[in-house]
Design a protein around this ligand. Structure first.
Ligand code: ADP
Ligand code: MG
Length: 241
């Protein structure tokens, strides 16, 4: 059974149709890379999946529950699907630990003591147990992004959506974040990640989705998509990377 079922999803901004009928079924434990040129609709697709954008047509189901554009439902959905962005979006006036505790106590109403236990566990999972009391500006970009991952994990999501999470990092910090993602993948987390890290996609992902002009232009295992692209658009895209 699919964990995330995306069926004929369409999304427009004004007269700009950004998603033109997307179909992807994602099984639990799958790790999917989404690649494609800037403007092809990758971020919009992720934002639709966790309800940051409403869809105009089609349907998205997460764990069998239909995504409907009402508030209560979206809240439930966001609890199930975590999202991590290019910018780390940590609260600068809160320590790493408090950042990881906040959505637990605010959204899930987890008691503070329990939220702290979970925060320490999740920071440990991303290799930052010793940074519980550090403020974001005392952390490197890679460490801040790992705190953001810990914060998402603290909500115990069924799937994690990652939108170019290493793109804002200095090159020497990229690998430490990818190492964390690699570990999550090995532990069976369902991951959907927009990435430019082709080597990582090849090594870690079960499938690669190539988006082009709001459509899934090619989809398949990395061996096929990278070694044997079927369309000139994908060949050209891979040539640039
Ligand atoms: P990608 O992540 O692949 O670069 P996006 O999903 O960000 O692409 O954007 C796809 C298209 O949708 C672009 O043409 C972009 O300008 C447009 N777009 C994205 N978000 C909005 C928005 N909130 N309002 C209007 N247009 C948007
Ligand atoms: Mg984007």
């Amino acid at each position: 059974m699919s964990l995330i079922e995306i069926t004929e999803v369409k999304k427009r901004f004004g007269d700009n149709e950004v998603l033109k009928g997307i179909n992807i079924d994602i099984a639990a434990g799958e790790v999917i890379a989404i690649i494609g040129k800037s403007g092809s609709g990758k971020s919009t697709l992720l934002r639709c999946i966790n309800g940051l954008e409403t869809i105009d047509d089609g349907s998205i189901q997460v764990a069998g529950a239909q995504l409907l554009p009402d508030d209560l439902h979206l809240k439930a959905l966001r609890l199930n699907v975590g999202m991590i962005f290019q910018g780390f979006n940590l609260f600068p006036h809160l320590t790493a630990g408090r950042n990881v505790m906040l959505s637990q106590t605010m959204v899930k109403k987890t008691p503070k003591a329990e939220a702290e236990v979970i925060a320490r566990k999740m920071l440990d999972r991303v290799g930052l147990a010793h940074k519980f009391d550090a403020y974001p500006d005392q952390l490197s970009g890679g460490q801040q992004q790992r705190v953001a991952i810990a914060r998402a994990l603290a909500m115990q999501p069924m799937a994690l959506l990652c939108d170019e999470i290493t793109s804002a990092l200095d090159p020497e910090l990229v690998q430490e974040v990818l190492a964390v993602v690699r570990e999550l993948a090995a532990e069976g987390m369902t991951l959907l990640m927009v990435t430019h890290e082709m080597r990582f996609a090849r090594e870690v992902c079960s499938r690669v989705v190539f988006m082009h002009q709001g459509r899934v232009h090619e989809i398949g295992p990395p061996e096929t998509v990278f070694a044997n692209p079927q369309t000139p658009e994908l060949r050209q895209f891979l040539g640039m990377h």
